[in-house]
Each structure stands twice: as C-alpha cells, then as structure tokens.
Write a protein that binds this ligand. Structure first.
Ligand SMILES: Nc1ncnc2c1ncn2[C@@H]1O[C@H](COP(=O)(O)OP(=O)(O)O)[C@@H](O)[C@H]1O
Ligand SMILES: [Mg+2]
Length: 333
C-alpha cells in the first residue's frame, strides 16, 4: 500500500530537508514516528512521511501529489496547539482520504476530559466526581467535595501540568493548584476527587467490534507514602526519576476474580460510547473494593514499540508488525 505517515513537528521542515530515522528518533524526539515508519517499510509498503507544522496548503498539496491509499495519522497538534488535533482528520475527511485511528468527533470529545466524563457517567460508567474551574470564572469554594482532590488542566496530554502538587489534601491546596493552571498554563482546570487504587491501562483495538487487549499496570514502588502514587510528567517520562522511585509499567499483577472481564467490558463500552475507531487506551483506577473507575480515554495513544499499547498487543500474541498492519487494515474497512 501507499502509506503517508503524517505527524506534527515543533518547527517548519524545509522542502529539501530530509529526516533520517536517527534524526527523527534523537534530535526531534519522535520515537513513535521512527518506530512506525521503520515498521511500515519492513512490511513492504511504499512509505512517505509528511511532517506538518503550520502550513495547511503545503500539507494538502503533498497529500494530493502522493495520493496515498491511507494516511497513517500520528498528528497530535498543529502550530504547537494540541486543541487542533481533531482538525487534521477532519481535513482528511473533507479530502476523502482514508486514515488510521480516531475521527475528529471522538478526538474532540475525549480531549475535553470533563465532557467525556459526563458522557460516560450518563452511561453508568464510573468516573471520579469533579468540578471545572475556568479562567474566566475560577471556582472559589468546593462544596460537598470529598478530599483529597486531584487537579489537572483540561485538554492537555502526556501529563503536562500534572505534578506532585496536583494531589491536594484541602480546599485551599486544590484552589491554589487550579489558580496555578489558570495563570501559568492559561488553561481551565479539572478538580477531581482523588481515587485511591491500582492504576491500570487497557488498550483497545478495532472498529465496530473492538478487542480489549490484556491490561497493563503501573507499579509505584514503595507503598510507605514516600514515593508518588500517580503518574506525573516525570513519573511517565523521566527514566532517572522512574528508577529512583521504582516506578514500572508491566503486565497487570493478578486481578481479583471477574475483574479482567469487567475491565474489558468497561473499556469496550467506553470505546463505543465515545465513537472511537482504530485504537484507544483507557487509564483506569481499580479501588480496593474492586470498582473500575475510568480516569481518561486516549484515542490515538502512543504507538512506540516500548509503550503500553504495543506491549499489551505483544502479550496478546500480536507482534509489532502485526499490530501496525492491523491498524492499517482497520483504516481500510
Ligand atoms: N481522579 C484521579 N484520582 C487519582 N489519580 C488520578 C486522577 N486523575 C488523574 N490521576 C493520576 O494522574 C495521571 C494522569 O492523569 P490523566 O488524566 O491520565 O492525564 P494525562 O493526559 O496526562 O495522561 C493518571 O494516570 C493518574 O495516575
Ligand atoms: Mg493518562
């Protein structure tokens, strides 16, 4: 197949500038793109890459010139702005080009974590209680709220703005953190009830009849209260920090009877409700009494070889190559 790999860059790429896989991986910090492109080539496809920054006209020209059978969409932002993520597949829809992964509607829905949770709650999927504090009307009081709270920016990804201070024991701490998010990140804030429990992530693959892959777990090291118990930016990406605190991702430790089924069912249901196709990863917390709480739904999750999605597929017997091919096949359906 002719596959055009579309991804976002933090700068303009000149028409004659070529990106080697090494440069992509190291200098541009795009390991997922490098993994996917290398894999597509190994699968024998005719692959071109389309890095985009801010030029829509250029992007359309390149798509028309190459006339791909399918676009492998890895684009998470446009002009450094993540809120544009849904607009890229929307443009591909208008151009009648097939692409991998989620469409604009589910990207938009999931990006607004508050909206996504309202929709899930309507369908009786358990989510944390929350209030939204906006930049224009910051919350001044938290009434009937069960502390501790967990405060995060609305519409961010990859744990931007999530730090130790997101965990707030009191109203004052929570409102302070929300103010910080308004003032220094220029974002609205989600103030959620903190859910104590094991942190699991469930990868889902497919379209109308999606398949839930084996759950993975994030292990937080010492449980004596000294180490962080949630995935901050550093806990996710900083290897030295992960090592220091013994934070690890791996196959889920044994789950109580029936929990694996419940996780898979919840994941598939959330997937359908949020109109996702292609693939998604759900972040959930499992409470002591066995309740599954959905923390976040990520359509188009990271596809790097070493990330949870690919590892989970591998645990289900699906090699990286088979996974990437499956994602292409799903886009062609
Ligand atoms: N309500 C909550 N209760 C407990 N932990 C939470 C809650 N919300 C977020 N977290 C922790 O913060 C992490 C990041 O939050 P998440 O909403 O998944 O944002 P991101 O888009 O950065 O992945 C979660 O993986 C979890 O460890
Ligand atoms: Mg998350």
């Amino acid at each position: 197949m002719k596959v055009l790999v579309l991804f976002d860059m933090a700068r303009r790429i000149g028409p004659d500038e070529s990106l080697s896989m090494r440069a992509l991986r190291k200098d541009e910090a795009k390991p997922t793109e490098a993994d996917v492109i290398t894999c597509l080539r190994a699968l024998g496809h005719d692959v071109e890459m389309l890095p985009v920054y801010d030029q829509v006209g250029e992007m359309m020209k390149r798509i028309e010139a190459f006339a791909p059978d399918v676009v492998f969409n890895l684009c998470e932002s446009f002009f450094l702005d993540r809120s544009h993520e849904p607009n890229v597949p929307a443009l591909l829809d208008l151009m009648k080009i097939r692409y991998t992964g989620a469409g604009p509607e589910s990207l938009l829905l999931c990006k607004d974590k508050a909206l996504a949770k309202k929709v899930l709650a309507f369908h009786k999927i358990r989510v944390a209680g929350f209030v939204v504090s906006t930049r224009t009307r910051p919350i001044r009081k938290l009434q009937r709220f069960r502390f501790p709270a967990f405060v995060k920016p609305l519409g961010e990804e990859s744990s931007d703005g999530i730090a130790k201070a997101s965990y707030s024991r009191t109203e004052e701490e929570a409102l302070d953190r929300a103010r910080f998010i308004h003032e220094s990140m220029d974002r609205d804030a989600l103030i959620e009830e903190y859910i104590e429990g094991r942190e699991l992530t469930v990868s889902v693959l497919g379209n109308k009849r999606p398949l839930a892959l084996p759950p993975r777990e994030i292990f937080f090291g010492a449980a004596d209260g000294t180490s962080p118990r949630f995935t901050t930016r550093r806990a996710k990406w900083d290897d030295a920090y992960r090592k220091k605190w013994g934070i690890k991702n791996g196959p889920a430790a044994p789950l109580p009877n029936g929990t694996a089924d419940r996780l898979a069912r919840t994941a598939r249901m959330a997937y359908r409700i949020l109109k996702i196709r292609g693939l998604a990863r759900l972040d959930v917390r499992l409470t002591e009494d066995g309740k599954v709480n959905v923390i976040e739904v990520n359509p188009n999750p990271s596809l790097a070889r070493s990330d949870d999605f690919a590892m989970s597929a591998a645990e289900a017997g699906l090699s990286y190559e088979a996974l990437i091919q499956r994602i292409l096949d799903n886009a062609m359906r």
